[in-house]
Design a protein around this ligand. Structure first.
Ligand code: SF4
Length: 621
């Protein structure tokens, strides 16, 4: 029962329970939302039970991941299951990752998804005409080889995106097209979130999928990411750099539609004015609700007029793109991007908040979607859905924010309880602006605790600025110190992580940074985590607007926007410690306000963390 006979490992008790619960939810056509800590074997449990149900009941599965490494994990488990039962699974990735033509043209790599898609469509069109005898340069031979070998490219078994790429490279055939071709008869399709939650990509995906969503089980991996992902996917933004480039494009390509230029100048002026205001804003952003529309109207550009201007920008933008493409350049058009933005901006309603903020490339305006269910309501079209994570608490908030109903379950850690301990320290807090005296007190405690324990430690700060203040005190650790710097290049950070793993030490990082999620430190590679203050999201106009939105919707914006984020960040940080039976570790939260999270995280109050840490490591030597 519950997929156990196709579960690829010797199942533990908690895994049997998870699989039985999933099977029961699927039999009742219910959504199933569950939290289970890292190391529970969630992926194998969910895939075994849902696959068993799907194969026996004529259903299919779409398994969504946020990152490519999660996708690889799903493929690894599917491969293990395939040793017990025969089925077909395929993993797909975006064109930007899979396009072999782009791989050979480094100058095109910086293109957006839209640019790459345009390039691909233009090349494919020319290739088709070429195959029909009309001579063309700048085609895509990978696509031509795909067309000529199409019949031989239907595969069986478990197909990862990386293997498809290897195959494509070896035979000179487009891997992306092979993937598309193999989706329609796959029992399991592993795909990035965006293929289901971005409405324009979903349309394409449906045409390749060739099946019905109400016959499909949707699985959302690392589901705690979904609400923010859904908000982002429905949001639109425009930088002042894009507007200025659109003006240049207008002149460079001799466009003579003066109204378009007038709107661009106006937009640039408005954004420059905002830049000045932002310098005096208490946060890095500010609300600009209705402001652009008002100012435009005063200059004679009402909504309908602006819509027409935006349409014009898109039409000219298409022409610019085509010209660039014919010159073998990236078919990017800033005019089209600006037109697209204005068009979408004018169509937003009260679910979006309009803000201006300082980006790395100057002012940026954004219509930010506060309502995840605008993107996630599609979940209700599926036969049933399964949402899993190790940091889904508060689960009820997750369920309500994405707009579904379903059965909720929580599973405890499968590993010995005594291997993990979480404590928070009484009498210290980073609340409000932390004065130098409090900072020194916490810093002294941190250094003392790390030096006494002598174990590999990760310290998470709420922000880079607090980390810098801590470092300015010249803390004297007995262990080697590693620091994750702001905007640090990925390769550089990886080198530091490797060295930390190899030689040990204390790693200073920030909450929500790259070390907080996705990097595993098995066994004694990591034995202590220190959380420096409560990781509430930094105050911003966007966050206040979101809080206000949830206040009106559910009557508790703080819980949805601020508390939920802090709880998940703490859980993620603590989750770094125990990933397997052999791991042990202690997490110390340097802030007494952690007390309010005891309903989500089991923890104790302590006064002297150094003593507690010594005791912990002595006990479980
Ligand atoms: S057909 Fe394939 S290889 Fe050619 S441009 Fe499109 S995605 Fe790239």
């Amino acid at each position: 029962m519950g997929g156990i006979d196709i579960f690829p490992y010797e199942p533990r008790e908690n895994q049997i329970k998870i699989m039985e619960d999933i099977l029961s939810a699927l039999s009742n056509k219910e959504n199933f939302i569950f939290n289970a800590p890292a190391g529970s074997g969630k992926t194998a449990c969910v895939l075994s039970s849902s696959l068993k149900f799907a194969l026996e009941n004529g259903r299919r599965i779409i398994y969504l991941t946020r990152t490519n490494s999660q996708q690889r994990q799903a493929i690894k488990e599917l491969r293990a299951i395939s040793r017990k039962i025969d089925f077909k699974a395929i993993a797909i990735q975006g064109k930007a990752n899979m396009c072999l033509l782009i791989e050979q043209m480094p100058s095109m790599k910086e293109g957006s998804n839209e640019d790459i898609s345009r390039l691909c469509n233009a090349r494919k069109k020319k290739s088709i005409e070429h195959l029909r005898g009309i001579k063309h340069e700048n085609r895509c031979t990978f696509f031509e080889n795909f067309i000529m070998n199409r019949e031989k490219l239907i595969f069986s078994g478990i197909l990862s995106a990386e293997e498809m790429m290897e195959y494509g490279r070896k035979h000179g055939i487009c891997a992306y097209e092979i993937n598309k071709l193999n989706i329609s008869d796959a029992d399991v399709v592993v795909a990035p979130y965006t293929y289901i939650f971005d409405p324009s990509l979903r349309e394409k995906f449906i045409s390749w999928y060739g099946g019905r969503f109400d016959d499909t089980i949707l699985i959302v991996d690392e589901a705690h990411n979904l609400p923010d992902f859904a908000r982002e996917v429905m949001s639109v933004s425009l930088s002042i750099g894009t507007v200025k480039n659109a003006m240049k494009e207008y002149e460079e390509y001799n466009i003579s539609d003066e109204i378009i230029f007038e709107v661009l100048v106006l937009l640039a002026e408005l954004m420059e004015g905002m830049e000045e205001e932002l310098k005096f804003s208490e946060t890095d952003d500010m609300l600009i609700e209705g402001r652009i529309e008002r100012e435009m109207k005063e200059r004679g550009f009402g909504r309908d007029n602006l819509k027409k201007v935006a349409e014009g920008m898109m039409v000219y933008g298409d022409v610019v793109s085509d010209m660039k493409e014919s010159q073998n350049m990236l078919p990017r058009s800033y005019l089209r991007s600006t037109g697209n933005f204005i068009d979408m901006w004018l169509d937003t309603d009260a679910k979006w908040v309009k803000i201006a903020e300082m980006g790395t490339r100057g002012t940026r305006i954004e219509a930010y979607c506060m309502e995840p269910s605008v993107a996630t309501s599609v979940i209700n079209n599926f036969y049933s859905s399964i949402h899993m994570s190790g940091t889904l608490e508060p689960v009820e908030e997750y369920v309500m924010s994405i707009g579904i109903e379903g059965k909720i379950a929580r599973y405890g850690s499968p590993f010995p309880e005594e291997n993990r301990k979480v404590v928070y320290v009484k009498g210290v807090t980073t609340k409000y602006y932390m004065g130098d005296e409090m900072l020194s007190r916490i810093a002294e405690m941190v250094v003392n605790t790390v030096n006494k324990a002598g174990k590999n430690t990760l310290i998470f700060f709420p922000s880079y600025s607090i980390m810098e203040r801590f470092l300015s005190l010249h803390p004297e650790f007995n262990l080697k110190v590693f620091v994750e710097r702001k905007n640090e290049k990925h390769v550089q950070l990886i080198k530091k992580i490797d060295s930390f793993r190899k030689h040990g030490g204390v790693f200073l990082s920030v909450m929500g940074g790259r070390l907080a999620e996705g990097v595993d430190f098995p066994s004694d590679e990591l034995e202590m985590v220190i959380i420096f203050g409560i990781p509430y999201p930094p105050p911003s106009s966007k966050m206040f607007a979101l809080q206000h939105y949830y206040d009106r919707k559910f009557g508790n914006g703080w819980k949805y926007v601020v508390e939920a984020k802090a709880v998940r960040r703490i859980l993620q940080a603590v989750g770094r410690l125990i990933r397997s039976e052999n791991d042990r570790g202690i997490a110390i939260i340097m802030d007494e306000r952690a007390k309010r999270f005891t309903k989500y995280i089991e923890m104790e109050e302590v006064s002297s963390p150094a003593e507690v840490v010594m005791e912990f490591f002595q006990k479980i030597k």
